[in-house]
Write a protein that binds this ligand. Sequence first.
Ligand code: ZN
Length: 185
Amino acid sequence: MNDKYSLDSLLLAAIKFASDKHVSQRRKGCENIPYINHVIKVAYILQETGKETNPQVLAAAVLHDVIEDTNTTEEELSGLFGNLVASLVKEVTDDMTLTYDDRKRFQIKKAPFLTNDAKKIKIADKIANIHDILNCPLSWSNRRKRMYVDWSEKVIEGCRGVNQLLDKSFDEIVLKAKDILIEED
Ligand code: ZN
């Protein structure tokens, strides 16, 4: 099923691969946080909150930004981690030939048509991002932060119903965000 790694070694191999690919990248707006922290956090939320146990889905969560943000191709991923991992990563990858606004709109349109595993990765990704928005020093205004939260809600609307634990955790962090980001600036 996987061309190079056994299921037992898949997750750590994915972490090693992602750490090499994202080595020089830092989180947007949170300049001191290495990018790898984000993708590990997404996989961790999937496992701890979503109770996901499939190593292929967890590996795909670790790898979810390598096609979008590094020179990695889908073929490279399928050769190393198998077709399922590669196709999941591809599903949650934005088309970088589109403009920023079109990519945002397209995520909302595309969400209902994702596979269940890709929907779970999407929800964990948005939970992690909103958590960072609320907790890491960020140069964004409250208005911009709220716009991100509102847009995330529209994307996740199309991902609901495949994992109630993730749905609930997403709703909780959105409520918290709306509470914290209430004041104008
Ligand atoms: Zn992400």
